[in-house]
Design a protein around this ligand. Structure first.
Ligand code: SF4
Length: 383
């Protein structure tokens, strides 16, 4: 097992490393090895934040976990997410593994040639293409400006090109028209059965390939009773985070005066420029999205806070993806466990979660002013 396996645990070589190490995952779980806690963290961060990087660092070398725990946490995380028995959770987990992997790939590609040639823990674009059987299907674009072309079949030498051609079959398999009109084949330069893509677009297609590989075979069937039993406490924790409740009609009105105290406290904390923890910012974002705010509205609403626009946008877009897999904010009980809820006025008696509480407040109010109305006025005034 080496650092590259831990960094890209979905690679075939990483799977082989796990198999040839002869490690028994049920034994690891029974022994509550560090890989098990790291696996729980992996899934929790995937669901809450869209990343699987360890809290202590973005890369194995910076993580509190050693290479072996980091690598073994991946197959255990796939077991955990299977036990959650939730298709949206699997989708979000796979998307987070892919997003984290591609963040690492981008860093690897940015590393200078000298570092790449001496470090075995970095990948080159050619490695990634070969990993997904795309080596013959993707070529540097010969029509790209000479300075942007780099070295064909770079293999880690020379600057990677900025433009590529990808065979139409893999292009259609790895991309989706839902990503936007520019991805539709009719809007693409197509020649000799290949589609022209930029380097960033190629990386987006590769991210889809990683996501598909992570999701492949999930959920696992027949994991065995003893393994499921041993992991049950961790699965229960994760289930609480998910709290997949459905709301018949979330109140599509933004009335800050009627927000539950937990959310008001978080907003005030952020307004004092205090950094919110991951769980706090997830709870707030999920609440604001849950009451019908768009990512743009959330960015504007949180403009004068410690929350940065890019992070807000990432999290809210993640929460409002168009596949209908939005998660509501965690329950009051979970928020209390995270120290976010102090059960002011004992209103846990009133509702089980912040959205239900807010729904009741809105329904009971004589008059409700929507923050968005004032904002429209502002915008009109500005114009
Ligand atoms: S009881 Fe629920 S709604 Fe009220 S402050 Fe706590 S978490 Fe928020």
């Amino acid at each position: 097992m080496d650092a590259l396996d831990a960094k890209y645990p979905f690679f075939a070589s990483a799977r082989e490393a796990v198999a040839s190490a002869g490690v028994s995952l049920p034994d690891l779980v029974a022994a509550d090895a560090p890989a098990v806690e790291r696996a729980r963290e992996r899934v929790e961060r995937a669901l809450l934040e869209g990343t699987v990087a360890a809290e202590s660092g973005a890369f194995p070398g910076e993580s509190a976990y050693d290479v072996q725990a980091e690598l073994l946490s991946y197959p255990i995380a796939r077991i955990l997410v299977s036990l959650l028995d939730s298709d949206p959770a699997i989708e979000k987990y796979a998307a987070a593994e892919a997003a984290t992997a591609m963040e690492r790939v981008r860093r690897d590609l940015e590393a200078d040639d000298e570092l790449r040639s001496v470090s075995s823990a970095t990948v080159a674009l050619d490695d990634l293409l070969a990993e997904f059987d795309l080596a013959d299907a993707v070529r540097p674009d010969a029509t790209a400006p000479a300075g942007a072309r780099g070295v064909a079949g770079a293999g880690g030498t020379g600057r990677d090109p900025d433009g590529y051609r990808i065979d139409v079959g893999p292009y259609l398999r790895l991309t989706s028209p839902e990503w936007g009109d520019s991805w539709r084949l009719v809007n693409r330069a197509l020649a000799d059965g290949a589609v022209r893509v930029s380097r960033e677009e190629l990386l987006a297609a590769l991210e889809a390939a990683v996501e598909a590989r992570v999701a492949e075979g999930l959920p696992f069937e027949d994991l065995g009773e003893s393994l499921a039993e041993a992991l049950e406490p961790r699965v229960a924790d994760l289930r609480r985070l998910l709290s997949e409740r459905t709301y018949t009609e979330p109140p599509d009105v933004v009335a800050p005066a009627l927000f539950p105290p937990c959310m008001t406290n978080l907003i005030e904390k952020a307004e004092r420029d205090v950094t919110l923890s991951a769980a706090e910012s997830f709870a707030l974002m999920a609440f604001l999205v849950g009451i019908g705010m768009t990512p743009d509205e959330v960015v504007a609403f949180c403009a004068d806070t410690s929350l940065d626009a890019e992070g807000i946008r990432y999290q809210t877009e993640f929460l409002t993806d168009d596949r209908g897999t939005q998660y509501p904010p965690p329950t009051c009980e979970t928020l209390a466990n995270y120290g976010i809820c102090h059960n002011e006025d004992d209103h846990m008696q009133v509702a089980a979660d912040p959205l239900s509480y807010y729904e009741k407040q809105v329904a009971a109010a004589d008059e409700v002013t929507d923050w968005r109305d004032g904002r429209e006025g502002d915008e009109t005034g500005e114009a």
